[in-house]
Design a binder for this molecule. Structure first.
Ligand code: 7TS
Length: 416
């Protein structure tokens, strides 16, 4: 698969990074180099200011008041539904449900659509590269309902899954295919459009985990055509505590509610209840209003830069890091050599990932070390942990050079 990038040349991360106050600091006397964007991204002033403004000027509860502040809060909140729908090119705003994040969105689908539609003997198809959030909710459901889970295998360190593999595994017993768009451990970009098309042809419902993709590449849901697509605001330069479930309206309409409470009802009496239409049916109680406002600001910020440019930039840094890392002695680099998303995981035979991360921190560099919540994948690859550098729009080639210098220093400390 090739990813189109239209105007990647005029992107300047040095200008972007000035908009991120947290980056203007030193760690252990060295300028902070933040390379843990797979875990969470940093937030630009535009997001901080939008949330600050909301609390200073508009704070009120949504959907219930008639007074001015409540109307303002409701308007700001509901406008973000349009912003998200536009950002994802979703068919309609009614298909955008606010959640706490990716994890909650997947649990919502497991406890509603899947609970209602999957029966003993049915099969859920996942891949071996899934994050625990796209594994454990299905395992819990499978245990409860006697379902079987099958995994599209990762056959080598590159981790590329093919349409042939997927097609072969989409057998008649499979009712749901849930897969990650970008692997947080391998940096593989799965061909989501092609996978969804194969599943759709066989009547299999699809869920695409966009936690690592939504903030890093253009998403066009009308082109991809998944049944469900999920992501977290904190990985799209937005705040924690907010995320999105996109669901095809026809499915959302038939699904039972997830949580019960205020806001999601049409009428309640002592012995019966009717529900609002989607998306409100799935948004019980007072939502994370300020966080939704912050999410809206982050998606506008990213759109103004251009998602194609962000992808090209992330990819360029990861490809540069990949190329130089591979020349270090005793290293094993995971993930594809081409079309890599903006992250790279690696393992040294002589140095533990936690030591690499600790030594990097001493030079002001934030890396991630561990199993990255993909323990089954790690086991399959015969590893316990890797170190991971994950990039975003404010990272630079000079920062990658600093990382390489630091790794060389750490390696000579442990091997000399
Ligand atoms: N899916 C993928 C592919 C992820 O990378 C993550 C988080 C999640 C789901 C869960 O997202 P949450 O916002 O609901 O927690 N990934 C990581 C990571 O790689 N390091 O820390 C969190």
């Amino acid at each position: 698969m090739t990813i189109e990038t239209k105007h990647s040349t005029s992107f300047d991360p040095e200008i972007q990074r000035k908009n991120f106050p947290i980056l203007q600091q030193e760690i252990h006397g060295k300028p902070l180099i933040y390379l843990d964007n797979g875990a969470t991204t940093q937030k630009p002033s535009a997001v901080l200011e939008a949330m600050d403004h909301y609390y200073r000027k508009d704070n009120s509860n949504v959907h219930r008041g008639i007074h001015t502040l409540s109307n303002r809060a409701t308007e700001s909140f509901e406008q973000v539904r349009d912003t998200v729908a536009n950002f994802l090119n979703a068919p309609s705003r009614e298909e955008i449900v606010f959640t706490k994040g990716t994890t909650e969105a997947i649990n919502l689908v497991a406890r509603t659509w899947a609970e209602q539609n999957l029966n003993e003997g049915d099969v859920i198809l996942l891949t071996e590269m899934e994050h625990h959030s796209n594994l454990v909710p299905w395992q819990l459901l499978a245990q409860r309902k006697g379902l079987e889970i099958r995994y599209v295998p990762v056959t080598d360190d590159e981790g590329i899954l093919t349409t042939e593999q997927v097609d072969k595994m989409l057998t008649p017993e499979v009712k749901l295919f849930a897969f990650t768009h970008i692997s947080n451990t391998l940096g593989v970009v799965n061909p989501a459009r092609e996978f969804c098309a194969l599943a759709r042809k066989k009547g299999v419902v699809t869920l695409v985990d966009g936690a690592q993709s939504a903030g890093h590449m253009p998403i066009d849901l009308q082109d991809m055509q998944p049944d469900f697509f999920v992501f977290s605001g904190h990985k799209t330069a937005g705040p924690t505590g907010v995320g999105v479930l996109y669901g095809r309206f026809e499915l959302l309409e038939q699904m039972p509610p997830f949580h019960g409470g205020g806001e999601m009802i049409d009428r309640v009496s002592f012995d019966r209840v009717t529900f609002k239409k989607p998306p409100h049916k799935f948004e019980a109680g007072t939502p994370n209003i300020a966080e939704v406002v912050g999410l809206g600001a982050s998606l506008k910020y990213l759109s103004n830069i251009g998602m194609d440019r962000i992808f090209a930039h992330d990819h360029e840094l990861a490809a540069y890091a990949d190329e130089h890392l591979r020349s270090l002695p005793g290293i094993r680099v995971l993930g594809p050599r081409q079309n890599r998303a903006g992250l790279v995981s690696f393992h040294f035979d002589k140095v533990h990932a936690h030591d690499l991360v600790t030594f990097a921190d001493m030079d002001g560099i934030a890396l991630r070390g561990g199993h990255h919540c993909t323990q089954p994948l790690m086991e399959k690859l015969g590893l316990h942990s890797t170190a991971r550098a994950s990039f975003y729009l404010y990272n630079t080639k000079q920062e990658v050079d600093r990382l390489l210098e630091n790794l060389n220093k750490t390696l000579s400390f442990f091997t000399s």
